[in-house]
Design a protein around this ligand. Sequence first.
Ligand SMILES: [Ca+2]
Ligand SMILES: [Ca+2]
Ligand SMILES: [Ca+2]
Length: 254
Amino acid sequence: MNRCLWLFPVLLSSLTAAEPRWSHLSSRNGDLPAPGASTQQTGALVADLDRDGADDFVLGFRQTAPALVWYRRTGKGWDRYVIEKDFLTVEAGGAVHDIDGDGDPDVVFGGDWQSKEVWWWENPYPDFDPNISWKRHVIKKGGKTQHHDQVFGDFKNTGKPQIVFWNQGAKSLFIADIPADPRHTEAWLFAPVYSGEAGEKGDASGAFKYAEGTTAADIDGDGVVDLLAGIHRIVEASANRDRAGRRLRAVALV
Ligand SMILES: [Ca+2]
Ligand SMILES: [Ca+2]
Ligand SMILES: [Ca+2]
């Protein structure tokens, strides 16, 4: 009993210490620079793009240019850098990975219902200029529209991550290996991980009836990362590999 009594306040104090302290910062108050004129800020991605040990973040837009803005963490606040000065209709989502293997994290975003494209931007580290766009490359062009959510992970257990992205217009979740020379490969080869219904319900009016969401985690603890998407868990390829197509198997969770 004494031991329990002694542990209890220790637990309480550790829980108290772990509670985050939140501060509300707003461009309206001048805490951060305003991103741009678009009133639809679709994508948000956290990553340490300048590799200084402090997380930065990227916002995506789809009404007016610029399409992507990076908020770079500084000692005093945040500096605004334009990653994509042009107008694109960026969808919610975004992913980060060192696609070209040069040591810095590159970023991915997909187009919305008006776009058939998925893109990646080449991080120019360490030569950053707030007003010079990063070089944009095409991962997907053509086919169906809307690409709401992407994730990187070594789902095939090959030793090198792949990208998985939704293509809501195709009712499909696609997987693509990173090409050997991604800087000079426009439009990557991709294959469906899953196609069909994925529990989409839509809103009260019947609109927005599509599945979305992607994340990676080793759900079954076998050491190979699994994919969670929509309401389905997609198990890793190692156990269910099609020798020719490497298609993964979808397992409905609910
Ligand atoms: Ca940083
Ligand atoms: Ca890179
Ligand atoms: Ca697993």
